[in-house]
Design a protein around this ligand. Structure first.
Ligand SMILES: Cc1ncc(COP(=O)(O)O)c(C=O)c1O
Length: 400
């Protein structure tokens, strides 16, 4: 098991026994990431790409260096990496710049019933604007996708398939390689929402072969306000810009303009420089530990937590896919998850309670909300023990 709590200063700030189990929402930050952001602001806080003086060149090198690190992380070419504010913006970029140009009335956009709102609402808006139709692959009781009859969903009308890689509710890791292949077989393009997978497992773009892939820096030890859109260069080249302004242009006249090369064509205005640099530091930190070691650590914690939580009376755990990440959604009989979260907070344990930006999943499960414990590099088996002890105490307190 990893033992890296000492790298995360928040554990010194909080009461000694602070247990953080909400990494699916956002992760804590190691000191190296905090230092990299502070260094930029205190030592070379100039704009990027625009000036020919030392600190501006240093800022540009650091910003572009982070792009190369993000590219390497998913085995993609550097010019395929567009910096955005996060997964949500990455998906909206595709829905606006690709979707509205290429989708027509009657075309089908294929999603799943387990999407995060950020991979649902942009397509609802896009469907309204284009007349395209939304279709959904359903999920089974165990939190896996029902792909038993794929011909029902993949057909000649399917033009875009957009699917969550790892569910932020069930933890299920979906078979994205198969889904992307099925999309390509019917001539559709495929987007993978990798917000929950890139931080937790090796992701190789050449293996998945998707056309677009999105993830967020803050869910992988980096700052908020920075995310990545990977796009196949030939697709990015053909797309019109998403936002207009400085940086994304080549020649501007009063009546018309031409565009910068990819990826800068999609980065209008001053970007989130400090955040991008912080993401680079987060990727360095992850590489130092090793993604395989992180995955192994997560899986060990998950197995341990599932075994213990399933033994607690009156606790229902949602989802039981064979392949899943370290996130567990659950409910305790007769306690609203918000009350549960507050009770656990008295014991210094932070879990998420709510619909997890996946209201359609809650509706299908017949609940308004769930509790959710999610794990990352800084968690230990002791954290799982603390969670379970507190849950047992709460169940007893409620007369269970
Ligand atoms: C699977 C998934 N997709 C997308 C998002 C949205 O990410 P962000 O809020 O960083 O844009 C999240 C965030 O929880 C997520 O879990």
């Amino acid at each position: 098991m990893l033992d890296v709590k000492k790298d995360f200063p928040i554990f010194n700030e909080q009461a000694k026994k602070f247990v953080y189990l909400d990494s699916s929402a956002t992760t804590l930050k190691p000191q190296t990431v905090i230092d990299s952001v502070a260094d930029y602001y205190s030592k070379y806080s100039a704009n990027v790409h625009r000036s020919i003086y030392t600190i501006s060149e240093k800022a540009t090198a650091a910003y572009e260096g982070s792009r190369s690190k993000a590219a390497k992380l998913i085995n993609a070419p550097t010019n395929s990496i567009v910096f955005t504010k996060g997964t949500t913006e990455s998906i909206n970029l595709v829905a606006y710049a690709w979707g509205r140009k290429n989708l027509r009335a009657g075309d089908e956009i294929l999603l799943t019933e387990m999407e995060h709102h950020s991979n649902l609402i942009p397509w609802q808006l896009c469907a309204k604007d284009t007349g395209a139709i939304l279709r959904f692959i359903p999920f089974n009781d165990d939190g896996t996708l029902d792909l038993s009859d794929p011909d029902q969903y993949f057909n000649s009308k399917t033009k875009l398939v957009s699917v969550i890689h790892q569910s932020n509710v069930f933890g299920t890791v979906n078979p994205v390689n198969d889904i992307v292949k099925k999309a390509h077989d019917v001539g559709a393009i495929a987007l993978v929402d990798a917000a929950q997978s890139v931080p937790h497992q090796p992701v190789d773009i050449t293996d998945i072969d998707c056309d677009f892939l999105a993830f967020s820096g803050h869910k992988m030890l980096g700052p908020t306000g920075i995310g990545v859109l990977y796009g196949k260069p030939e697709l990015l080249e053909k797309m019109d810009p998403f936002l207009g302004g400085g940086e994304m242009i080549r020649i501007v006249s009063l009546s018309d303009s031409t565009w910068n090369d990819i990826p800068w064509k999609f980065e209008a205005g001053t970007p989130n420089i400090a955040q991008a640099i912080g993401l680079g530091a987060a990727i360095d930190y992850i590489n130092e530990i090793g993604m395989d070691a992180i995955h192994k650590h997560d899986q060990e914690l998950l197995k341990y937590a599932l075994e213990k939580m399933r033994e607690i009376p009156n606790v229902t755990v949602y989802g039981s896919a064979d392949e899943r990440g370290a996130v567990i959604s659950f409910n305790v009989e007769n306690i609203h998850p918000h009350d549960l979260s507050q009770l656990l907070d008295y014991d210094g344990i932070a879990i998420r309670a709510g619909h997890h930006c996946a209201q359609p999943i809650m509706k299908k499960l017949g609940v308004s909300a769930t509790g959710r414990a999610s794990f990352y590099v800084y968690n230990s088996k002791e954290d799982v023990d603390r969670l379970c002890e507190s849950l047992v105490k709460t169940v007893k307190f409620m007369g269970g």
